[in-house]
Write a protein of this length. Structure first.
Length: 416
């Protein structure tokens, strides 16, 4: 009852046409399924199955009678996300922030960055070359082109030569195999360019240029392509011993310092330095707030920024000479409190589907980030509401017992 479902109906009705086609599913149903998916850490298929089994899910999505059939196909959630886009999902996240009221309007916030990993295989040049060869063979079969050679048997042998390529005695053999794979891929591209009709060649010209770029990149090149179906993925190093490199997108999290409400998130293109992500992160947080942010507490990775607009940037460091003992203690407590955002990021990854993003494209990165932060805020708000409910019951119970014992008359044996 606290969620403004009617606002979502008015905002998303523009994406539907009521004059043609099959009647659409209720908007409250689709929004509720998206929230439940990230709140319970489920996939699209799992949340549809759980809706059929769980009456609480059905009440949450607006049904008054128990439904014995699935509400929709899992692919309809994909179409709904594409309809509303990142702006529509941002509206859902804005709702989760407003539920906390004044707790989301704190003057001090904590800012940190993390990596939202993409669901891609570990990238190597050999894997990309083999995938390009398979795509080209499939394209030739689709267009009905008779190839001189598909190289299927040779690619299989070269794949075996690439095993254990980090071993000292295997490096030369693996290097030769990679060179041969690139040669095969370029040969297939040239053959298709010769045999494809001009009308069809113009459609695949951009794909062929993309394949050539992947085949020509070297180990130390900048702006490398690590995935054919997700070319925007970047290699990000965060200084972890157990995982030196992560492949995905860098995201910023802005949380209130005391209550831990996530008031802003931002997905960054490329691999910018942390200090360069701060303006966009604070701007995203201000969209969901009414009061200005007085101070942003960051780690030492944000060096170089002392103030952005009206917001002071506070980093841990040596105490200033003119600071009093009270000021030093206050700054020290604030910088110690900055570490509270680390377990929040851990919960976002392990409980709310931020650890591995399965949604496609840059828009999928933003949608997954917004919904993970929305699930965090809703879970926090639900727990606070339940705690307040039980505390209220306990206070009322003790008040009743106190008044009953006070007005109860003592027996005569106790008086004498």
């Amino acid at each position: 009852q606290q969620i403004p479902w009617s606002d979502f109906d008015q905002a998303f009705i523009q994406h539907y046409d009521t004059t043609q086609g099959r009647p659409a599913k209720p908007i409250r149903l689709m929004v509720g399924l998206l929230i439940l998916k990230h709140l319970e850490n489920l996939s699209d298929e799992q949340v549809v199955v759980q809706f059929k089994r769980n009456p609480y899910y059905q009440v949450f999505c607006g049904f008054s009678e128990f439904q014995q059939k699935p509400p929709c196909d899992a692919t309809e959630l994909v179409h709904f996300r594409k309809r509303i886009g990142s702006e529509g999902v941002e509206r859902i996240f804005h709702m989760s922030v407003k539920l906390h009221g004044n707790k989301a309007e704190e003057k001090h916030v904590i800012v940190d960055t993390t990596v939202q990993e993409k669901a891609i295989t570990y990238p190597t040049d050999a894997k990309l070359a083999i995938k390009i060869i398979n795509r080209l063979n499939k394209l030739a079969k689709t267009e009905g082109i008779a190839q001189r050679r598909t190289y299927t048997k040779e690619v299989k042998a070269l794949r075996l030569d690439l095993r254990f390529f980090r071993h000292v005695k295997k490096r030369a053999k693996a290097r030769r195999a990679l060179k041969r794979l690139r040669t095969i891929a370029k040969t297939l591209i040239r053959e298709l360019e010769r045999k494809l009709p001009e009308a069809r060649l113009t459609e695949y010209e951009q794909s062929f240029a993309f394949y050539r770029q992947v085949l020509s990149q070297n180990k130390d090149d900048k702006d490398k392509i690590y995935s054919l179906h997700e070319p925007q993925v970047c290699c990000i190093a965060k200084g972890k011993d157990h995982k030196p490199y992560e492949y995905g997108s860098k995201v910023s999290i802005v949380s209130t310092a005391t209550h831990g409400v996530i008031v802003g998130v931002a997905n960054h293109e490329g691999n910018p330095h942390d200090s360069q992500t701060l303006p966009s992160a604070l701007e995203a947080a201000m969209k969901n707030r009414d009061k200005a942010i007085a101070c942003a507490i960051c780690d030492r990775g944000y060096r170089g920024n002392k103030r952005i607009g009206e917001t002071e940037i506070r980093l841990p460091g040596k105490a200033l000479k003119h600071d009093s003992a009270y000021q030093r203690q206050k700054k020290r407590k604030q910088c110690r409190r900055r570490a509270a955002i680390e377990p929040q990021i851990g919960h976002l990854k392990s409980d709310f589907r931020l650890s591995r993003n399965w949604l496609k494209g840059a828009m999928g990165d933003e949608i997954n980030l917004y919904m993970a932060a929305c699930a965090w805020n809703l879970r926090k708000w639900m727990r606070n509401s339940v705690l307040f409910y039980w505390l209220r019951i306990i206070v009322v119970r003790f008040a009743c017992l106190y008044t009953k014992s006070r007005h109860q008359t003592a027996p005569l044996s106790a008086v004498y």
